[in-house]
Design a protein around this ligand. Structure first.
Ligand code: ZN
Length: 434
């Protein structure tokens, strides 16, 4: 049997509701007698025969063999390409090329939760994609006798989207290759580039110039990143931080470290992989001391502040009314702040208006915004107009938003404790200086 025909038959019979089935097709399950006995009871689970190097599944107690010449590999990899059309599954409305992984996520996460209210997403599925989908289809849970419109989904159905994502997350060990030769080593070209660029700086006497060194390090890290993103563990590195901080110190260069006596920076050229540079012991030890006990402890205090803030603000509600306060805050919108004010109410001669995404023409002019700090709603609650459309959209969200401020304090303290990095960023002077 062709392996894709096997896959299509299995998904139409919802074989993917058993994780053992998924493991059997996306990984190599050792064909021990115990494993084979277990898999036999799982519909469509793929079983391996080490002697004949064949794979098969049971259908009505009969073995059905699936073509798989690469016996030493799993039957499918999530990035395997295939062409699907309407005959494959009722969720597919067109003929197109997709991948096995996307097919699985679409069926398990979207089709199983909300059915035809969603449609096939044939590309990267991010948290934003999922949020956008939920925004466009979610309606209240139906009361008795009510029906959900066919293109919508209830709150409970939408919650299943997250549950089913969690279900697939359990497969991460199979899908995300955390370890490979690439990840555990560094390509010689990276080291070659580092030495070449740093030697050039040395000739120009610029090794103590943090800006010049940061630029060079960025270039070397970019080369390392491009090698990692093309290697077998690219899915492991979806978070850039692993590469430009952890991998950098481990394999590329320890970085420039500040000397608190002089306020100047000292370059530590070796990576941790190459060992400490014996000529610069004091700099290493000073850096180690920056991560002192007190600083570590302070991250805990940051966390405690977050909790205190939840206690203090948890009862505040954003109520769907207008407190009619005459007080406003004068705000001059610019490129940088515009997005944050979208959904806010501002005063005009014709009464209150909501700032929308298309109102870019209002940038640069002073506007009178209604803001939470001037709200006169009773019982220390807030009214929806002072909160604006975003914060006011959900009654009990104020607390979660307030806590973000203290979360930032906590993160700053954590950065003080853990190794931080030197980096070049571009800033627009007009935004800093008024
Ligand atoms: Zn108000």
């Amino acid at each position: 049997m062709n392996k894709f025909d096997y896959l299509f038959e299995a998904i139409n019979n919802r074989a993917y509701v058993r994780k053992s089935f998924l493991l059997s097709i996306f990984s190599i399950v050792t064909p021990s007698p115990a494993n084979n006995k277990r898999l036999k009871d799982v519909p469509y689970a793929l079983i391996r025969d080490d002697e004949t190097k064949q794979v098969y599944f049971y259908k009505d107690n009969e073995k059905v063999f699936v073509d798989h010449p690469d016996y030493d590999k799993a039957l499918f990899h999530k990035n395997d390409k295939l062409t699907v059309d309407m005959s494959v599954h009722e969720f597919i409305k067109d003929k197109f090329e997709t991948t096995v992984g996307l097919l699985l996520v679409n069926l398990v996460v979207f089709f199983e939760s909300v059915g035809h209210a969603a449609s096939y997403i044939n590309g990267p599925i991010t948290s934003g994609t999922v949020r956008g989908l939920i925004d466009s289809i979610m309606v209240d849970n139906p009361k008795e006798g009510e029906e959900i419109p066919s293109n919508k989904a209830s709150v409970d159905q939408c919650l299943n989207i997250t549950k089913n994502l969690d279900y697939l997350e359990g497969m991460n060990d199979v899908f995300v290759k955390a370890s490979s030769l690439d990840v555990l080593t560094v390509h010689p070209d990276v080291i070659k580039l580092r030495d070449k660029l740093l030697n050039e700086l040395e000739k120009e006497n610029k090794l103590d110039d943090p800006a010049a060194v940061a630029k060079v390090i960025d270039e070397v890290v970019a080369l390392d990143a491009s090698i990692q993103y093309n290697g077998p563990s690219k899915d492991f590195f979806i978070d850039k931080k692993f590469i430009d901080n952890a991998r950098k110190k481990m394999f590329v260069v320890f970085d420039m470290v500040p000397d608190f006596n002089t306020g100047k920076y000292q370059l530590l050229r070796n990576s941790l992989n190459e060992g400490w540079d014996k000529d610069n012991y004091p700099a290493y030890i000073n850096t180690a001391i920056s991560g002192s006990y007190d600083r570590g402890n302070a991250t805990g205090e940051g966390g405690a502040e977050v909790k205190v803030m939840i206690l203090l603000t948890d009862r505040i509600e954003a109520i769907d009314t207008d407190c009619q306060t005459p007080r406003t805050e004068t705000v001059v919108l610019n490129d940088f702040s515009f997005g944050s004010w979208v959904g806010g109410y501002y005063k005009t001669e014709d009464g209150l208006k909501v700032l929308s995404k298309v109102d870019k023409g209002l940038m640069g002019k002073p506007l009178q915004f209604r803001v939470p700090q001037f709200c006169e709603q009773g019982d220390y609650n807030l009214c929806k107009v002072c909160c604006g459309e975003k914060l006011g959209a959900i009654k009990n969200r104020v607390s979660a938003e307030t806590v973000l401020i203290f979360t930032q304090i906590m993160l700053q303290r954590m950065k003080g404790m853990h190794s931080s990095q030197l980096k070049m960023v571009k800033l627009d002077l007009n935004r800093i200086v008024k």
